[in-house]
Design a protein around this ligand. Structure first.
Ligand code: NAP
Length: 310
């Protein structure tokens, strides 16, 4: 066990694929990382079912199992875990300080991999059927909906992109939007509006998702009249945006639209010695494998920085 007042080489905040990959690399570089894994360890993959696009698993792997495996791998090389939420960070002086409810960790370098959370509708049935017809990622789950009918909720670029992508598999995609005008950029709108497999339900919100073990349909509420109607569907893709988990870092690191800004093609943040990787930085790709790749980059960046700044 580490001493309470020991200064660590690296502390990793967040335990999704980015953080755990950073931990594997940092541990194998003999940096003895400590990972503050949060009370909901494992990140978004803990909420998914089958993952078929993570390289190395011919038959796919369940999201939670993938995360448990990565955690064991990082542990094997000496990663120490602290299962608690970070309550405060101080990056104004070195060594940096990371506080949890009952501990204070000092570290020479920090890797932030706190991820992002997909916004949810918070309506009955949505959570229960997540991974069973409800999804927040078309790239991840579209493949499971070949020859099915789907709905996509949202009116922004994500919703247009997901709807367009899903027409590769689905026979029909209905975009449900709460207003009568899209927020998406013109080019994305035009592409979706011209796609003959895409239909639009304007002024409508999904007020309930139902199905016995898998999605069978939704209840739609008309935002103008309040009228409720039944809409059978095989799947619901919620595409109403993401929230990066950066509350702790406001005013302490440079952020752009809530995401941590990194310099050029590195994982360096605006504070030297603090690095960031995964969905907390990346609003574009948002894949487990890209997060893992960035986690590797962050560990290498931290290792080189420590070497140069000892
Ligand atoms: P967004 O632009 O914030 O759009 C969210 C959409 O969901 C809006 O249409 C909003 O409706 C709707 N919405 C929000 N909360 C809702 C709720 N509770 N119930 C029903 N509908 C709800 O988010 P985004 O589409 O994820 O895009 C985020 C950023 O990434 C944007 O800057 C976007 O341009 C960028 N992006 C770019 C690309 C690309 O260029 N390839 C692809 C994806 C995303 P209202 O319109 O009524 O507010």
């Amino acid at each position: 066990m580490s001493e309470e007042n020991e200064v660590r080489e690296v502390a990793i905040i967040g335990s999704g694929p980015a953080g755990l990959t950073a931990a594997v690399y940092a541990a194998r570089a003999d940096l003895h990382p400590i990972m503050i894994e949060g009370m909901e360890a494992g990140g978004q993959l803990m909420l998914t079912t089958e993952v078929e696009n993570y390289p190395g698993f011919v038959d796919g792997i369940m999201g939670p199992e993938l995360m448990t495996t990565m955690r064991k791998q990082a542990e094997r090389f000496g990663t120490e875990y602290l299962t608690d939420n970070v309550t405060e960070v101080d990056f104004s002086a070195r060594p940096f300080t990371v506080k949890t409810s009952d501990r204070e960790i000092k570290a020479k370098s920090i890797i932030i991999s706190t991820g992002a959370s997909a916004r949810m509708l918070n309506v009955p049935g949505e959570r229960e059927l997540l991974g069973h017809g409800v999804s927040t990622c078309a790239t991840c789950d579209g493949f499971f909906f070949r020859d099915k009918e789907l709905i996509v909720v949202g009116g922004g670029d994500s919703a247009m992109e997901e709807a367009t992508f899903l027409t590769k598999f689905a026979t029909k995609v209905t975009v449900v939007h709460r207003r009568d005008a899209l927020r998406a950029s013109k080019i994305m709108q035009d592409r979706a509006l011209a796609n003959e497999k895409i239909e639009f339900k304007w002024n409508a919100v999904v007020s309930e998702v139902y199905g016995d073990g898998k999605v069978a349909g939704v209840k739609l509420t008309d935002t103008a009249t309040g009228e409720v109607s039944d809409f059978p569907t095989d799947g619901v893709f919620v595409a109403i945006g993401h929230d990066p988990n950066t509350k702790l870092f406001e005013g302490k690191l440079d952020l752009a639209e809530g995401y941590i800004k990194t310099a050029g093609e590195t994982t360096a943040t605006s504070v030297p010695g603090v690095f960031a990787a995964g969905d907390v930085v990346d609003f574009r790709y948002r894949q487990a494998v890209t997060a893992a790749g960035m986690g590797c980059m962050a560990a290498i960046d931290a290792e080189r920085w420590l070497e140069a700044n000892h």
